[in-house]
Write a protein that binds this ligand. Structure first.
Ligand SMILES: Cc1ncc(COP(=O)(O)O)c(C=O)c1O
Length: 443
């Protein structure tokens, strides 16, 4: 399919690009192209303005093209584009690592840089396995994820991930992986506001997994504190605390995948602080640079790092890393992003806007055939009753009509997820919800 676009900003053809996690044929029939963005808005190649009610893909927490982050990137690109990530250092990555420890809960004060959330998840899993082995506990090889979890697209993340559609195509994932049951139970928690009161005991399923495999064989449990990609599944009160207790009791490392929940999405630096549960490692990405440049990180308990710092000083302690770990331009973007979060009080803004977000999302209950609405912080989701003609069709219709109404939302299956940038003002949030309401009215 060649398209005779006039402007050089337009694609030459839609044929060659195999788009990620996208229905390629659906997209290419009616391509929706974004040309530029600013603040909470996208501008299409046709010149239309749309509200970004998805924060890019859960990442542009400081809004699009923030001038301070743009400037930091431009300056860094003109100063040091790249330097060897293995065996050489550059000050910006070290400054960022130090700065991140102001955001992380103690004692998670060691930082390993990656380029994405997927790499952060795989890195945390590898560190967990290696740490047990370093300490002479090499029998701890089992990894436990959770149904409906998403930990990226690498083999490690896909293996501990619990979204059936993401796993089914790939016949050979990691061995020694088990999954906790998910916590979404419509009988007990449909239309909950914030954390469901019911379900803390569901964490006890970990005891059963431990009884099955033997506590001494489990290396790590990895969960998203709030499952994002599955459609904002909020942890029941007490659930994460119980997971923490059980992991501590059995010597298992607890990893929080905070790729979505990190950097203010829940009005705190991390969900760990919001829920007052400190894991042994946190995976983050996305909001670390507000989506400006790919970057991820794992925040690691100090003594885990210390355990590796032995043996000959000239020996590499962890044979792991990426060419672009701590990339200068990404690190500069992240430093500027952290400044913006603090200077503009964006996490406080998220906290202040949360009650309004909650009121508006739950007011949608009678506007469409819905089976559930969930929310916490500035993230929420609606489950549409599936169209008898086919799963996912209703959400596509809502997505398309929302686009026509000037709002971009995220759809997966029959779920519509909402995630406004943290800079969003109350009237802009109202306009986003008004657009979505129009889209729902078309069902
Ligand atoms: C919880 C979680 N982990 C990992 C990832 C993967 O991140 P990336 O797409 O940057 O590899 C995502 C992406 O949405 C995520 O939500």
């Amino acid at each position: 399919m060649s398209l005779a676009f006039a402007s050089p900003a337009q694609p030459l053809s839609l044929d060659e690009y195999w788009m990620p996690f996208t229905a390629n044929r659906w997209f290419k029939k009616n391509p929706r192209m974004i040309e530029r963005a600013e603040g909470v808005r996208y501008f299409t190649t046709k010149g239309d303005a749309l509200f970004d009610f998805a924060s890019g893909l859960w990442c542009t927490n400081a809004g699009h093209c923030h001038p301070k982050i743009v400037e930091a990137v431009q300056k860094q690109a003109a100063t040091l584009d790249y330097s060897m990530a293995f065996t050489l250092g550059h000050p910006t990555a070290f400054r960022l690592a130090t700065r991140l420890t102001d955001f992380s809960p103690d004692p998670l004060n060691k930082i390993f840089f990656t380029n994405s959330g997927s790499e952060a998840a795989d890195t945390a899993l590898k560190i967990a396995l290696a740490w047990h082995r370093m300490r002479g506990d090499a029998g701890r090889t089992h990894l436990i994820g959770r149904e409906k979890g998403y930990h990226g697209a690498g083999f490690g993340g896909t293996s501990v991930g619990g979204l059936g559609n993401n796993r089914r195509l790939y016949s050979m994932l990691l061995p020694g992986v088990d999954h906790l049951p998910h916590t979404h139970d419509l009988d007990h928690m449909a239309f909950s506001r914030g954390q469901p009161q019911w379900g803390g005991h569901l964490a006890d399923a970990l005891e059963r997994r431990i009884a099955l495999h033997g506590g001494e064989s489990v290396a790590a449990v990895i969960v998203e504190p709030v499952a994002g990609s599955a459609g904002v599944i909020v942890p029941p009160v007490g659930y994460l605390q119980r997971l923490r207790e059980l992991c501590t009791k059995h010597g298992i490392l607890l990893i929080f995948d905070e790729v979505i929940t990190g950097f203010g999405r829940l009005g705190e630096n991390f969900a760990a602080q919001r829920f007052d549960v400190v894991p042994d490692m946190i995976c983050c990405a996305k909001g670390i640079t507000s989506g400006m440049i790919p970057m991820g990180a794992v925040l690691i308990r100090e003594d885990i790092y210390d355990a590796f710092m032995q043996g000959p000083e000239n020996a590499v302690e962890l044979t792991h890393g990426y060419t672009y770990s701590g990339h200068p331009i990404a690190a500069a973007a992240a430093l500027a992003t952290l400044d913006v979060y603090e200077e503009e009080g964006l996490f406080e803004n998220a906290r202040a806007l949360e009650p309004h977000f909650e009121a508006r999302i739950h007011a949608l209950r009678d506007k469409a055939p819905l089976t559930d609405i969930r929310n916490i912080g500035l993230m929420g989701a609606l489950d549409l009753e599936p169209d008898p003609a086919g799963a996912g069709l209703r959400a596509i219709g809502v997505f398309e009509r929302a686009w026509e109404a000037g709002v971009v939302v995220r759809m997966t299956g029959d779920t519509i997820a909402l995630c406004p940038p943290l800079i969003t003002k109350a009237d802009e949030l109202d306009a986003m919800f008004d657009g979505l309401e129009c889209a729902l009215a078309g069902i």
